[in-house]
Design a protein around this ligand. Structure first.
Ligand SMILES: [Ca+2]
Ligand SMILES: [Ca+2]
Length: 447
C-alpha cells in the first residue's frame, strides 16, 4: 500500500539553524547568504525589548548542519533592542552585517573570518539628523555596499540610501524620496542598476543608474491594502531582478479579506509593471512573509508562510510553501511544501506572535535555499531546507500510480535502492524516498 504524501517534493529534510539550547528564546526575522559551501544566517528575537542579541549561525557543509552558533551583541551601544538584521558577502568573502538599534541608528559590522569576529564598525545612518530609522536592506556588489531604510522625523526624513566604497568603513548618504516613508526592498542588476521599491500608501518604485547618487521619479506599481494580524504585521515587499529588464516584486495584501501574496512583473527595467495578481496557489486563509529570487538561469523562486485558518491566532497551523515560475512570473508551478511539518506560532502572544517580518529564499547555480522561523520545538527557531534547482524546475505533480514505466528509487541521501515496474509491488520501510523515471525527474514520496 502506497501513501502519497504530504510534502511532495525535492526539498531536503529540515535542519534546525538556531541552536537555542534553553529553548526559551523565540527567533524572529532572518537574513542569510550562501558562499562557497558556507551558509551564514542571522536573525532577531521576539524578546528583543529585554534581551540584546542578534543570533548568528554558520554552516560549513551547505546546510547539513549549523555547528557554529552564538549570540552577537554590541554592548557599546547601551541599547538592548537589536533588530532588523541583514547579512551580505563581498567579493573577498568578507561578511557584512547591519543591525538596527531600536529606531536610533543602523550600524555596520565586518567579519574577515567567517563571522567569528567583527570589526570596522561604523554608523550607516546619520546621527545628526535626529530622525527615527527603520527596516534597512542591503545589497553588495564587489566591494561596494548599498543600504536603504526609512527615516521619520528629524531634519532628513524620507526614503534614505547609503553607499560605501571601502567595505563599510565610511558612508555617503542620499535622500531618495523626501516625501514618503515605507518599508524598502532593494535589488541590483548584473550591470549595476539599483532597484528600490517601498510600501507607503502605494507600492512605489525607483531606480538609479549611478550607484545611488540620483534616482528616477518614483512610479506607483499598485495600491496597497494591508491589515496586520496574529503572526504578521507588515506588507513585506521583496524585489528580484534577472537582468537589466526583467524584474518581479511581491508584497502582502489583504484587499480580498485575508492575506495573499501579490505580485507584479516588469519586462522593461521597471518603467512599466503588469497588473498585480495573487501569486500564491494556496489562497485559503493567510499567506504572508513572501520572498522572491531569480536564479542564474532566469527561473523565479518564491517562498511564503501559509495557514488555512482565518483570522490567524496562536492556534493557527503554519507551513512554509514554495513555488517556481519558469516564465519570469507570468505563470507559477503548484505550491510545494518546504517545511516537513506544520507548526504553531509559538512566539509570545504579548508580541502578537512575532515570527519576524521577513525571511528569505536564496538561489545559486545549484540549489534553492530557504530559512524561516518555526514553532515545532515549542518555541520559535530558525529552520533550513534546500532543493536542487534542476529538480524543482522540472518537477511536476502527478499521480505515481498512473505511470506504467520503470522507476528507480533512492533514499533521500541519494543511495540507490532498486528498480520497480509496478509501484504496488514495492515493499519499503516507512519513510520518504526519491523516485526517478524517464518522464519526470525526481519526486519525494512517502511510503
Ligand atoms: Ca528558540
Ligand atoms: Ca489568502
Amino acid at each position: 500500500m502506497i501513501i502519497l504524501l504530504l510534502a511532495d517534493l525535492p526539498f531536503y529534510p529540515n535542519v534546525r539553524v538556531s541552536n537555542d539550547n534553553q529553548q526559551i528564546i523565540n527567533q524572529g526575522e532572518s537574513s542569510f547568504v550562501v558562499y562557497k559551501g558556507h551558509i551564514y544566517a542571522i536573525c532577531n528575537i521576539a524578546e528583543r525589548s529585554t534581551i540584546p542579541t542578534i543570533p548568528f549561525s554558520r554552516s560549513d557543509d551547505l546546510g547539513n548542519s549549523f555547528p557554529i552558533n552564538y549570540n552577537f551583541v554590541d554592548n557599546t551601544t547601551g541599547v538592548t533592542w537589536h533588530t532588523d538584521p541583514v547579512i551580505g558577502i563581498d567579493d573577498s568573502g568578507y561578511i557584512h552585517m547591519i543591525v538596527q538599534f531600536y529606531t536610533y541608528y543602523i550600524k555596520h559590522y565586518l567579519s574577515k573570518d567567517g563571522g567569528l569576529t567583527w570589526s570596522d564598525t561604523s554608523f550607516v545612518t546619520d546621527l545628526s539628523t535626529g530622525g527615527d530609522v527603520d527596516k534597512p536592506w542591503m545589497v553588495i556588489r564587489g566591494e561596494t555596499i548599498y543600504v536603504s531604510w526609512q527615516e521619520f522625523g528629524g531634519t532628513s526624513s524620507g526614503i534614505k540610501f547609503a553607499r560605501s566604497f571601502d567595505r563599510g568603513k565610511t558612508w555617503q548618504r542620499f535622500v531618495v524620496d523626501p516625501l514618503r516613508t515605507g518599508i524598502t526592498a532593494l535589488s541590483l542588476s548584473k550591470s549595476g542598476i539599483i532597484y528600490l521599491a517601498y510600501v507607503s500608501d502605494n507600492l512605489y518604485f525607483t531606480k538609479s543608474y549611478n550607484k545611488g547618487q540620483n534616482w528616477t521619479t518614483p512610479i506607483v506599481i499598485d495600491y496597497v491594502s494591508y491589515s496586520s494580524g496574529y503572526g504578521d504585521r507588515a506588507p513585506i515587499n521583496s524585489i528580484s531582478v534577472y537582468n537589466d529588464n526583467v524584474l518581479f516584486i511581491t508584497w502582502v495584501d489583504s484587499r480580498n479579506g485575508n492575506w495573499d501574496i501579490r505580485g507584479s512583473y516588469s519586462y522593461d527595467g521597471g518603467n512599466t509593471w503588469s497588473n498585480s495578481y495573487i501569486v500564491n496557489k494556496l489562497v485559503l486563509g493567510g499567506q504572508c512573509k513572501s520572498w522572491v529570487s531569480f536564479d542564474p538561469y532566469g527561473n523565479l523562486h518564491l517562498m511564503y508562510y501559509h495557514t488555512s485558518s482565518w483570522p490567524t491566532s496562536s492556534s493557527s497551523k503554519w507551513s512554509i510553501y514554495y513555488q517556481v515560475s519558469r516564465d519570469s512570473g507570468k505563470t507559477w508551478s503548484s505550491s510545494i511544501r518546504v517545511s516537513d511539518t506544520t507548526f504553531l506560532d509559538k512566539a509570545p502572544s504579548s508580541t502578537n506572535g512575532f515570527m519576524g517580518d521577513y525571511h528569505m529564499i536564496v538561489t545559486d547555480s545549484y540549489f534553492v535555499y530557504v530559512i524561516w522561523s518555526d514553532g515545532r520545538d515549542g518555541n520559535q527557531n530558525l529552520y533550513f531546507s534546500k532543493a536542487p534547482i534542476n529538480v524543482v524546475v522540472n518537477y511536476e505533480k502527478s499521480n505515481l500510480t498512473s505511470y506504467n514505466e520503470e522507476f528507480k528509487i533512492y533514499s533521500v541521501d541519494g543511495r540507490f535502492i532498486g528498480k520497480f515496474k509496478n509501484l504496488n509491488d514495492i515493499r519499503l520501510k516507512k519513510g520518504i524516498y526519491i523516485i526517478k523515471s524517464k518522464n519526470w525527474i525526481l519526486k519525494k514520496v512517502q511510503f
